[in-house]
Design a binder for this molecule. Structure first.
Ligand code: NAP
Length: 266
């Protein structure tokens, strides 16, 4: 039985991970701003943008359980719209949740994980970290930053028997689509293209994988003795990430643009 903390466990991927791992007999603590009412999940109401809340929560878990074995940094959100029309407040807030939230949670858990003799930190990134999506610049770059953070972290904490993995899901059906914050206004010069682009993205998400597919991948990572630095969820998305690696960057970006940028403004 492992003691596992999942951030963003009130909905979507995090909820599915927490339920699945709870059913496997692990002791699950779910962090989110809203309360979680689930049999196998101990609810911690905290905001990942607040380091002190997380530190107090993880200290309490450690005192109660004697160890923290796995941290899954899953809490996240999206914004969409043109770079030109995005407010600094929205961009800053997104980075506060998606990147600083991972930092706060990791920093808060590390003393306890080291004290536990080791563990695993699984950061939920996205395929968008490898192929930046137009009109989702801040989301894509926050996830690229999560990957970079994971790489540095992995080397820093390896001597403490702590392993790190950046998990990159493809499209998954969750509340993420409805929770995405759209720019209040996108300039008329872009408006049609933004609408078409976001609707392609939303359609892909609504027709995406069941969150259980992510829960199963995470369960395998929890069980494994050695874990990879990166893992992509979904066969189609594994091929896309491989192509992004093999193709010249400009060509890969052109292909993404032909799917999501509507350069001719159809
Ligand atoms: N769905 C996809 O297609 C997809 C693809 C790739 C990657 N991802 C990533 O997967 C992760 C989970 O997304 P999801 O699709 O499951 O979306 P979701 O259904 O909207 O769930 C987001 C979770 O994050 C929590 N959260 C948001 N802001 C928070 C904050 N400030 N403090 C604490 N918790 C916060 C929410 O809980 P509260 O609102 O209760 O706080 C909720 O539990 C995200 O990091 C997302 O970027 C999703």
């Amino acid at each position: 039985m492992k003691v596992i903390v999942v951030t963003g466990a009130s909905s979507g991927i995090g909820l599915s991970i927490a339920q699945f791992l709870g059913q496997k007999g692990h002791s699950i603590y779910g962090v989110s701003r809203s309360k979680i009412h689930e049999k196998n999940i101990k609810s911690i109401q905290a905001d990942v943008t607040d380091f002190d809340q997380l530190k107090a929560a993880y200290q309490e878990i450690f005192e109660l359980e004697g160890h923290i074995d796995v941290l899954i940094n899953n809490a996240g959100m999206g914004i969409s719209g043109t770079i030109e029309d995005t407010s600094s407040e929205d961009a800053t807030y997104l980075f506060n949740v998606n990147l600083m939230g991972v930092f706060n949670s990791t920093k808060a858990v590390l003393p306890f994980m080291r004290e536990s003799g080791g563990g695993k930190i699984l950061n939920i990134s996205s395929v968008a970290s490898k192929l930046s999506i137009p009109f989702q610049a801040f989301y894509s770059s926050s996830k690229a930053a999560v990957n970079s953070f994971s790489e540095a972290l992995a080397n820093e904490v390896a001597p403490f028997n702590i392993q790190v993995c950046s998990v990159m899901p493809g499209d998954i059906r969750t509340g993420f689509t409805k929770n995405r914050k759209k720019n209040a206004v996108d300039s008329p010069e872009y408006k049609n293209r933004v609408d078409q682009s976001v609707s392609v993205m939303e359609k892909d998400e609504i027709n995406g994988m069941d969150p259980i597919s992510a829960a199963k991948v995470i369960h395998r990572l929890v069980q494994k003795r050695r874990i990879p630095l990166y893992i992509t969820i979904g066969f189609k998305y594994k091929v896309i990430v491989l192509l992004a690696k093999l193709l010249p960057a400009k060509l890969a970006n052109y292909i993404v643009g032909s799917i999501y940028a509507f350069k001719k403004g159809k």
